[in-house]
Design a protein around this ligand. Structure first.
Ligand code: SF4
Length: 522
C-alpha cells in the first residue's frame, strides 16, 4: 500500500507519510498514514483545539448545566451551537453559552476574582440551575489561574451547587482528541461515585460516547427501554449531570464512539470492574448485532430479536428503495474520527455507495487501520488533510458526494460537489433503523438534487435550459432502472415524519418483572 504524495504538498515533505492508497488484493493494512501528530507548520489544518474537544464535543451536550468557559469570548463563540446536540429540556445547553470574557487587564493582573464573580452571577441569573462545568482555555492556563480552587470556594459558600472543572486548554494535545481524553479522565476523577442513583431494572447500563446529535441518543434509548434495560447515564448526549456522577453503579458500559470516550470506559473497568461492550448504532446489520450483544450479555436476547424483526420489517423496504437508486455512487467519507470505520463498509453493503476515500481530522492510527481494512481497493486514506489536498483529492477521485463537516463542506460546494454534514447532520437522527433510512434519503437528495446541476451555471451569461420544465424523479434517478424496480410495490421511499424524535419523549414502556434475587440484593 504505497504512500500517496499530493502535488500541492510537495513543498511540505513531512506530509508524504500522511496519505496512502489501499493496494490491490490487500485485505488488511501493510502500512498506515501517520496520525494523531502535531499539525505540520504550513499545512492549514481543519482540526479543533483540545479545549474544543473537551467542551464542544463532550462537555456541552450535558443538558442541565451552566457551561462556562474561562477565557476570551472568542473561544466560547467558536464552540457554540454548531453541533445540534439537542436535549429534552428545551435545549438549554445550546441556547446559552457562558464565558468569563477575560481581557488584556485580566491577563496582566489575573482573572480569578472575576471568575468567582462570574460563577455566582451565572447561578443567580439561572436560579433553577445548580450544576456547572468550567473549562480552562489557553489564556487563563498560561497565567496560571487556579479554577479548581475558585470552584471549591464557591461550593463552600453555595452548598446546593456542584461544579466540575475541566483543565484542557487549547494546547493540551495535537487536536481535539487530546481534549476528549482530558475530560474523560477529569470526570472520572472528580465526579464518578459522588451520587447514588435509583436502580429500577436488573439490567443497568451506561451508554457511553453518544452525543444525541439531532436525537440519536433518544432513538437508541427507545430500543434499550423496550428491552427493559435501564440507561443509568449517557456520556454525554441529553445527559443529566447527576446521572453521570452515578456511572459507577452500572452493570455494563455500552460504548458507541470509542475514539472520544473509550478512556472513561477503561477507567470504570479498572476502578469498578464494569465491563465494556462496543456497539454501533449506524446501519441495520451493525445495529442488529449490537442489540443482540447487549441482549446476550443480560440473557434477554429474545427481547432484542423482537425489536430487530419489527424494525427491519418496517424500514428495510424503504432502505432498499434508496439502495436501488444509489448503487455505484462514489463517496469521500471524510468525518472527524470513528465514523470512518463505523461507516466504511456498511454504507456500501446496505446502500450500495462505494467509499473512494477516507480521511480523519483527529483520529488515531488505530481508527485508520479499521477504516482501511473495511473499505475497497484503491481507496485513498488521508490523515489531517489541508484544504488544497482536499480539493486535489476531489478533482482526482470525482466523488458523487462527500460526507464531512461544514468547513470542508464549503470547500466542496465551491467546486460543486454535493456534501452531507455528517457531524451535525442534515435531517437526522441517522442512528437507528429509521435514522439509517433518513441518511439514505439525504444522500439521495444530495446527489440527485437539480440544484447541484443548476449551480454550475453562470446565470449572467449562460443559457438557462428551458426545454425540460420540471425535472422529475423518473428523469433523475430512475432512468436506468428496470421496470420491476421502478414499479415495485414492495420498495417504498421514506415515509417517516420530519421530526421523528419528539414523539419518543413521554412514551411509556412495558414494565418487565424483576428477578427476585436481584431485588433482594438492592
Ligand atoms: S486554541 Fe486556545 S485560544 Fe484558540 S480556541 Fe482553543 S482554547 Fe481558545
Amino acid at each position: 500500500m504505497p504512500y500517496h504524495e499530493f502535488e500541492c504538498s510537495t513543498c511540505i515533505p513531512e506530509r508524504k507519510k500522511h496519505a496512502v492508497t489501499k493496494g490491490v488484493g490487500e485485505n488488511l493494512t501493510s502500512c498506515l498514514p501517520l496520525g494523531y501528530l502535531k499539525t505540520i507548520p504550513g499545512s492549514m489544518s481543519e482540526r479543533g483545539c483540545a479545549y474544543c474537544g473537551a467542551k464542544h464535543v463532550i462537555g456541552t451536550p450535558m443538558k442541565d448545566v451552566i457551561h462556562l468557559s474561562h477565557g476570551p469570548v472568542g473561544c466560547t463563540y467558536d464552540t457554540w451551537q454548531t453541533k445540534r446536540y439537542i436535549s429534552d429540556n428545551n435545549n438549554l445547553q445550546i441556547r446559552y453559552t457562558f464565558a468569563s470574557d477575560v481581557k488584556e487587564k485580566n491577563i496582566v493582573f489575573g482573572a480569578e476574582k472575576m471568575l468567582k464573580q462570574n460563577i455566582i452571577e451565572a447561578f443567580r441569573a439561572f436560579p433553577s440551575m445548580k450544576r456547572m462545568t468550567i473549562y480552562q482555555t489557553c489564556a487563563t492556563a498560561l497565567i496560571g489561574d487556579d479554577i479548581a480552587a475558585i470552584a471549591e470556594e464557591v461550593m463552600q459558600e453555595m452548598p446546593d451547587v456542584d461544579i466540575f472543572v475541566c483543565n484542557s486548554p487549547g494546547f493540551a494535545g495535537p487536536s481535539q482528541s487530546g481534549g476528549h481524553h482530558k475530560i474523560n479522565i477529569a470526570w472520572m476523577n472528580q465526579k464518578v461515585g459522588t451520587f447514588e442513583p435509583k436502580i429500577t431494572s436488573d439490567y443497568v447500563i451506561n451508554y457511553v460516547g453518544e452525543y444525541n446529535i439531532q436525537g440519536d441518543q433518544e432513538v437508541m434509548l427507545d430500543y434499550f427501554k423496550r428491552m427493559g434495560v435501564q440507561v443509568l447515564s449517557t456520556f454525554t448526549g441529553n445527559a443529566s449531570y447527576d446521572d453521570l456522577r452515578a456511572m459507577h453503579r452500572a452493570h455494563l458500559n455500552v460504548l458507541e464512539c470509542a475514539r472520544s470516550a473509550e478512556y472513561i470506559c477503561n477507567e470504570l473497568r479498572v476502578k469498578y470492574g464494569i465491563p465494556r461492550l462496543d456497539i454501533d448504532g449506524f446501519g441495520f446489520e451493525p445495529l442488529s448485532a449490537s442489540l443482540r450483544k447487549v441482549g446476550l450479555f443480560f440473557g434477554i436476547e429474545e427481547r432484542a430479536q423482537t425489536i430487530i424483526e419489527e424494525e427491519t420489517a418496517k424500514w428495510r423496504p424503504q432502505l432498499d428503495w434508496y439502495k436501488e437508486r444509489l448503487k455505484g455512487k462514489r463517496v469521500c467519507l471524510w468525518p472527524g474520527g470513528s465514523k470512518l470505520w463505523h461507516w466504511a463498509n456498511v454504507i456500501q453493503e446496505e446502500m450500495g455507495v462505494k467509499v473512494v476515500s477516507l480521511y480523519t481530522k483527529f483520529g488515531h492510527q488505530g481508527d485508520m487501520e479499521k477504516g482501511i481494512a473495511r473499505c475497497g481497493e484503491g481507496a485513498l486514506a488521508i490523515d489531517d488533510p489541508n484544504e488544497l489536498e482536499v480539493l486535489e483529492a476531489m478533482k482526482k477521485l470525482k466523488p458523487d458526494v462527500i460526507f464531512t463537516g461544514k468547513r470542508p463542506g464549503e470547500v466542496a460546494k465551491k467546486i460543486r460537489v454535493p456534501y452531507l454534514n455528517i457531524h451535525a447532520y442534515h435531517n437526522g437522527p441517522y442512528k437507528g433503523f429509521e435514522g439509517w433510512v433518513r441518511l439514505a434519503r439525504d444522500i439521495y437528495n444530495a446527489i440527485y438534487s437539480p440544484i447541484h446541476q443548476l449551480s454550475g451555471l453562470d446565470i449572467s451569461k449562460d443559457e438557462i435550459p428551458t426545454d425540460k420544465g420540471f425535472v422529475t424523479r423518473k428523469m433523475l434517478s430512475d432512468a436506468n432502472l428496470g421496470e420491476d424496480i421502478v414499479s415495485s410495490t414492495h420498495l417504498q421511499e421514506y415515509t417517516g415524519r420530519y421530526d421523528c424524535v419528539s414523539s419518543l419523549r413521554g412514551k411509556t414502556y412495558p414494565a418487565f418483572e424483576r428477578k427476585p434475587i436481584a431485588s433482594a440484593a438492592e
